[in-house]
Design a protein around this ligand. Structure first.
Ligand code: WT7
Length: 568
């Protein structure tokens, strides 16, 4: 059974964000704090002993925390940070695997009024450095296993005053300025004074990659919880007795908006599995915890498809009630397949780091059109715009730029210290998503592609610029151009085109070395899956490398206008 809520049409007709304000008992002007809302408030509602988090890791370790446990842990961490001298508005980076401390520190940082900067723990030192430098991060909370990456760059980050390690490390192993904080050994703080954060107080700083320049910090505020609460309730259809699993890592926005804030603001039990992908492990996890609502991503779904229908039959997955997907195009085959093997179809959702919450979705109870992303969430005004006039295309089926009228609570407030880039995202009062789509005669959006060179590999955005810059740091690389190539599972993967400096010779060893160089510096996601050595790269007459030409070649597309091409 799906959706006990009124229908999409009714909710859209009567929509106001005050619905969320009322349900969260928020009066405009009051203090509002995501950390408090996700823990203390739930306890006050009589759910102190309800499980908030089931955690399991690869080695089999299991832990569980009630809402009272997460409330106390948030207090304890918040008090510790405050006692160290970390102030409201400081940026505190979370650089951890998906261990419980990640989720608990998230609450603690917000409760004491600092800003959470979550970063994916697989990031290499270069990716970490540019983001910490840009945010002028004051503290990093990390694990012993990631400490070497932080140590490598610390001397170049004068603003980074605190490195806090949350798991076992001998005090004798600590370097000056490194602090051990073990939640298990800390005295629980029962009473904690929540920072007086307001609706517009900065809460989160998520980094996202663009085509040019370094990654941008997306600024979110505490009021975003209104969007996350209501979309979780209506789109993910979470109810009190659900057992929810969001497979995303909180280093990315799905893992915070819907892997922490959404479920906990509703007081719903969620599960975290801190492992890489394995079809067996995932099915076993669903079976063991009797997961009812599952929010995942197309690449994972395609990998499950590849593991085969027979495997599904070895597990009891009958607890599943509702499935949703995000991050990249969800192909119709995957929707149909899930309907066949799980008895439930994945509901696609479209949104971005910048939008903070779901914008377009196959709403529960609404007819799913496999291959379509669905319709705008109630209260969201969307359109596809003509790329020349930036006015809505009225004719159904015609491609245009996906745009939204700003004003929903979780919309980014700016790019961190880059007001100019932020302003560029708006034309004629529309926020431009940077994606292209068409809308059919029933208002369903059909995704076409991104409107820039950013590579979406397995649901993760990779900036070709970042990879190209990192490649140039390799001693053998003269010039580089990065684009994507097709991939069966990840849809697209990174491909690097390289010219070598004199004295270096091409070969599989060098190819492998370059791949690993990027993996370590940036991340496994940014690592080129193929390196092609070239005599020269296609350039415009003014000397700009034309990625477009290489991209077209990889995808077997028309190259288009190359009249400005130099060496052709
Ligand atoms: C970009 C945003 C917020 C979710 C995680 C990604 C692509 C997102 C879909 C979808 C096709 C999608 C877009 C978008 N994308 N959802 N359902 N179908 N493409 O957040 O890292 O900010 O990436 O992911 O290109 O702009 P993000």
């Amino acid at each position: 059974m799906l959706s006990e809520h009124p229908s999409y049409e009714e909710l859209t007709r009567d929509f106001s964000w005050s619905i969320a304000e009322k349900e969260l008992e928020y009066t405009p002007g009051d203090i509002i704090n995501i950390g408090w809302h996700c823990s203390d408030r739930i306890c006050q509602k009589g759910k102190a002993d309800k499980i908030a988090l089931y955690y399991e890791e690869f080695g089999g370790t299991r832990k569980q925390y009630t809402f009272n446990d997460i409330r106390l842990a948030g207090n304890t961490i918040g008090a510790f940070l405050r006692s160290q001298g970390i102030a409201e508005g400081d940026r505190v980076c979370l650089f951890m695997d998906r261990i419980p401390e990640l989720y608990l520190s998230f609450l603690g940082i917000l409760k004491m009024g600092a800003i959470v900067q979550p970063l994916f723990s697989a990031f290499g030192d270069e990716s970490l450095f540019v983001r910490l430098e840009n945010a002028e991060t004051r503290a990093v909370i990390t694990q012993k296993k990631h400490l070497s990456k932080v140590r490598k760059i610390r001397a170049s980050l004068p603003g980074l005053e605190y490195v806090i390690i949350v798991d076992s490390i001998k005090p004798s192993e600590l370097k000056p300025g490194e602090i051990l904080f073990s939640l298990e050994n800390a005295e629980p703080v029962e009473k904690f004074e929540i920072a007086p954060t307001r609706a517009e107080t900065h809460s989160l700083l998520h980094y996202t990659s663009g085509t040019t320049g370094q990654p941008k910090g997306v600024k979110h505020v505490h009021y975003s919880i209104m969007s996350q609460y209501l979309t979780t309730k209506w789109v993910l259809d979470l109810r009190d007795d659900d057992i929810y699993w969001c497979t995303a890592d909180p280093g990315w926005v799905t893992g915070t908006s819907y892997g922490i804030i959404g479920p906990w603001s509703l007081g719903v039990t969620q599960c975290v599995l801190d492992t890489g992908f394995s079809a067996q492990a995932w099915y076993r996890f669903i079976e063991n915890y009797k997961i009812t609502v599952w929010y995942s991503a197309p690449t994972a779904i395609r990998s499950l498809m590849k593991a085969g229908d027979e495997l599904v039959k070895e597990f009891d997955l009958s607890s599943l009630r509702h499935l949703a997907s995000v991050g990249e195009p969800l192909n119709s085959e995957a929707v149909i397949w899930s309907g066949r093997v799980f008895g439930k179809q994945f509901h696609d959702t479209f949104w971005q780091t910048e939008t903070g919450s779901i914008m377009i979705t196959n709403f529960p109870g609404m007819k799913i059109k496999p291959g379509s992303m669905g319709k705008t969430f109630p209260g969201i005004t969307g359109a596809v715009l003509d790329p020349v006039t930036y006015t809505p295309i009225e004719e159904p089926g015609n491609a245009g730029l996906i745009a939204f009228r700003p004003g929903w609570p979780a919309m980014m407030r700016t790019y961190w210290r880059n007001e100019e880039k932020y302003r560029e995202k708006f034309v004629n009062g529309w926020y431009l998503s940077g994606d292209r789509s068409s809308i059919d005669n029933e208002g369903y959006y059909w995704f076409i592609g991104r409107d820039d060179d950013v590579i979406n590999t397995g649901g993760h955005l990779v900036s070709p610029f970042e990879v190209e810059s990192a490649l140039l740091e390799h001693p053998a690389v003269g010039e580089s151009a990065v684009t994507s190539k097709p991939d069966e599972i990840n849809m697209e993967v990174v491909k690097a085109f390289i010219t070598l400096k004199p004295g270096f010779t091409t070969g599989p060893d060098l190819e492998l070395e370059i791949m690993n160089f990027i993996r370590k510096k940036l991340s496994p996601l940014a690592m080129p899956q193929a390196v092609e050595f070239m005599e020269s790269l296609p350039k415009t007459r003014s000397g700009k490398i034309m990625r477009r030409v290489l991209h077209a070649r990889e995808w077997g597309e028309e190259i288009g206008d190359i009249s400005t091409l130099e060496n052709d």
